[in-house]
Design a binder for this molecule. Structure first.
Ligand code: FAD
Length: 487
């Protein structure tokens, strides 16, 4: 088996597969280190926005998190330590980029081209992450900007922002973390906001002593996770029943009113769509930062860059020394989708011309023995991605165990099963705030289909993934070397 990527998903896959007795595997990671998101995003203020006790593996409680919402360094350290503790290094090959993969019918194997030469795999697991490829805006003149330009996910620590005029393009999850951290040292900070976001306060505190002590006991850790899970689920419930969003929205409005006195600024910061439609943000410091006299919000998209100026869609022009692009990621465009070819020779990208689609976010018809982690329509918009990954890994190990026992070599999800499942997903999405809240968001593919969100509760997702249904797949070929544990 080959697992591509060594972030939360790939490390989790290596640990869980080996725990279940599938030890004939390698993890290929193009970077020099593990960590994915938490290796790449080193911008000031980078942290998780789901409490760290929940944003961690259930099987590895982690260190005494210093804060309720751990910072990037701490999370990266946790991932490295977890990889080491579970011996992931034995199967990890860093510095190896997968260039393309092709299903070979004759040998019933995936044929991979990598920077380390060819690999053959009975099973291919793509753990390449949706939040991986930075999205760079296509702005005329950006290349000719007089000063440094960098994306939040590629923070240039060599650039000193002290006393500089800095422009931040974008006001999403990364921007609300970075702006409060850097504003103090800049001479002027200009923030370009195309779309306003709903923002709730973030109780970004050290874990209170009694809770921390509780967290260190196995039962206490489970209880704390359950409580945090329940709280996140309450948001999910409201997002699926949009009339319940109103009181949360009133709370977000009150948060804005308390932090920003200027009416005009408040108006500019008030979204014109329902809370939850786009990703809900949390910060207790962003609004306060915007209220500082040297920080300026420009409620307009940037349309061009000219020498040392950014030009807004409203005609405004702003001089800057440094541009920080907080413009997010190519979310719906899975990193290897254009390079992975299935049984009929088409790539995932070609098959997905109407937007990404899979069965349970994991299997794609026509792509035998391929498993996606954090694939289409398994994100909840409210809870920890790690909960989803772990449920997918339970599904993966169940599938492989079944394969090993079946005497077959290949499983491929039935097209009709995949189609019926996706029709139900799309139908259920219609009434959620994600689809009906009056916004456009990265949840939607260019064709206008929500290809990102799971429309039901996280509990239902976990149960659905835990229940492996062999009848959903066709099974063929004679068993090869794939080893299943003997029980
Ligand atoms: C700033 C930030 C904050 C976030 N906060 C939260 C949060 O609070 N809660 C939450 O649930 N989620 C959060 N997320 C989402 C986060 O990305 C996921 O939770 C999780 O880290 C994804 O892990 P992953 O392993 O699937 O992907 P990644 O972490 O992106 O890892 C993918 C790995 O695959 C490797 N790779 C890619 N292509 C290839 C190739 N061709 N060959 C070899 N290797 C390859 C990459 O180098 C990378 O190491 C956040 C994302 C960002 C950017």
């Amino acid at each position: 088996m080959v697992v591509v990527g060594a972030g939360f998903s790939g490390i989790g896959a290596a640990v869980r597969l080996r725990q279940e007795g599938f030890d004939d595997l390698v993890v290929l990671e193009k970077a020099r280190d593990v960590g994915g998101t938490w290796r790449d995003n080193t911008y000031p203020g980078c942290a998780c926005d789901v409490p760290a006790t929940l944003y961690s593996y259930s099987f590895a409680p982690g260190p005494g998190w210093s804060r309720l919402f751990a910072g990037q360094r701490e999370i990266h350290g946790y991932l490295r330590a977890t990889a080491e503790r579970y011996g992931v290094g034995e199967v990890l090959r860093c510095g190896v980029r997968v260039l393309r993969a092709r299903w070979d019918r004759a040998s019933a194997r995936w044929q991979l081209d990598t920077t380390d030469g060819p690999y053959r795999a009975a099973v291919l697991v793509l753990a390449t992450g949706p939040w991986h490829r930075p999205r760079l805006p296509d702005l005329p003149g950006l290349g000719g900007f007089a000063g440094p330009v960098f994306h939040t996910a590629r923070w240039d620590h060599g650039v000193d922002l002290t006393g500089r005029r800095v422009a931040v393009v974008g006001t999403g999850a990364s921007a609300v973390q970075v702006v409060p951290e850097i504003q103090e040292r800049t001479a002027a900070l200009h923030i370009f906001q195309r779309t306003a976001h709903w923002i709730l306060p973030k109780p970004d505190l050290p874990l209170p002593r009694p809770l921390d002590r509780l967290r260190r006991t196995p039962g206490g850790h489970r209880a704390l996770r359950a409580a945090q899970y329940g709280l996140q689920e309450a948001f999910g419930f409201a997002f699926r029943h949009p009339w319940l969003v109103r009181p949360v929205q009133a709370g977000a409005r009150a948060h804005l009113r308390l932090a920003v006195r200027d009416r005009g600024l408040r108006r500019a910061l008030t979204p014109d769509y329902a809370l939850g439609c786009r990703r809900l943000l949390t910060s207790s410091t962003y609004y306060a930062a915007l209220a500082r006299p040297h920080v300026h919000l420009h409620p307009t998209a940037v349309t061009a860059v000219r020498a040392d100026r950014l030009v807004g869609a409203d005609g405004s022009q702003v001089r800057a020394d440094v541009i920080v692009l907080a413009t997010g990621f190519h979310i719906g465009d899975l990193p290897l989708a254009r390079q992975v070819r299935g049984a009929d020779g088409r790539t995932l990208h070609q098959v997905w011309n109407d937007g990404p689609e899979a069965y349970l976010g994991t299997s794609v018809s026509g792509f035998p023995n391929l498993f996606l982690l954090l694939g289409p329509n398994v994100h909840t918009g409210n809870t920890s991605a790690i909960t989803v990954v772990e449920a997918q890994l339970a599904h993966l190990t169940a599938a492989l165990t079944h394969l090993g026992r079946s005497g077959r070599a290949v499983l491929d999800v039935r097209p009709a099963v995949q189609a019926a499942y996706n029709a139900a997903v799309q139908k259920a999405l219609r009434t959620t705030v994600y689809n009906s809240g009056g916004c456009s968001s990265y949840y939607f593919s260019p064709s206008g289909r929500n290809a990102f969100i799971w429309p039901w509760s996280t509990g239902r997702l976990v149960r659905r993934l835990n229940r492996f249904d062999p009848a959903a797949y066709t099974w063929y070929g004679r068993a090869g070397e794939l080893r299943a544990p003997v029980r």
